[in-house]
Design a protein around this ligand. Structure first.
Ligand SMILES: C[S@@+](CC[C@H](N)C(=O)[O-])C[C@H]1O[C@@H](n2cnc3c(N)ncnc32)[C@H](O)[C@@H]1O
Length: 202
């Protein structure tokens, strides 16, 4: 060991998770967050957008790697929480309340998103229910809106890292987007989650 954290090992995630505060209704990082963090540790570069930031954990990992980060979430409490956590972890960034790209004016080298992925008919009325709900019958509604919007917010050299749950049809997306599966984990009660990576630098 040379004393440096191993990249892509999840060690950055584990260390930062210890030092996070949670807000009411802000997503507490779990298995899906850890998978995305591992991919960010390995691949994120340049200007990075942490979409659906929650506690800010993904953007903090990216900033620790040298990325300049914009933290965005639809939930204002999550954005406030990410701001606080960035400060606690010695990280600077820009903080935006935005329904997907509605309030994002910039272009990025890396966009990472762990969307609300549960299958549900309910359109969440309360902001704190947006962390997991709102994905529609197939858990895809936010994913589809994200895929329809990201291309206007990327630089020439870019990659997108996207969490997809077992029920969202990730094999179809992987083929359509020419994406690599850079993380894949099977959870016995849920099925197989993946991180898709696609883009000109993927
Ligand atoms: C599964 S959580 C992921 C949180 C965090 N990125 C992580 O990895 O732990 C999904 C996040 O997306 C946010 N979100 C839901 N709908 C959104 C939308 N339309 N635009 C932006 N963020 C949204 C939620 O508020 C929540 O913070």
């Amino acid at each position: 060991m040379d004393g440096k954290p191993k990249t892509g090992s999840g060690l950055l995630f584990d260390g930062i998770k210890e030092n996070l505060v949670l807000g009411p209704g802000v997503y507490s990082p779990r298995y899906d967050s850890r998978m995305l963090s591992s991919a960010i540790e390995r691949y994120a570069f340049g200007k990075m957008l942490d979409m659906g930031t929650g506690t800010g954990i993904q953007g903090i990992v990216a900033a620790k790697k040298g990325c300049s980060v914009t933290f965005a979430d639809k939930n204002p409490d999550a954005v406030a929480c990410a701001r606080l956590n960035a400060k606690r972890n010695g990280v600077h960034g820009r903080f935006v309340v935005s329904d997907l790209f509605s309030n994002v004016r910039d272009e990025f080298n890396t966009i990472a998103f762990d969307p609300p992925y549960l299958r549900t008919f309910l359109v969440p009325e309360r902001m704190q229910d947006c962390a997991l709900h709102g994905g529609g019958l197939h858990g895809r509604e936010i994913i589809d809106r994200f895929l329809a919007g990201y291309a206007d917010h990327v630089l020439d050299d870019y990659l997108v890292l996207l969490v997809e749950p077992p029920w969202a049809g990730w094999k179809r997306d992987a083929s359509k987007l020419d994406a690599k599966v850079v993380e894949k984990k099977h959870y016995s009660l849920l099925g197989t989650f993946v991180i898709l990576m696609f883009g000109s630098s993927a």
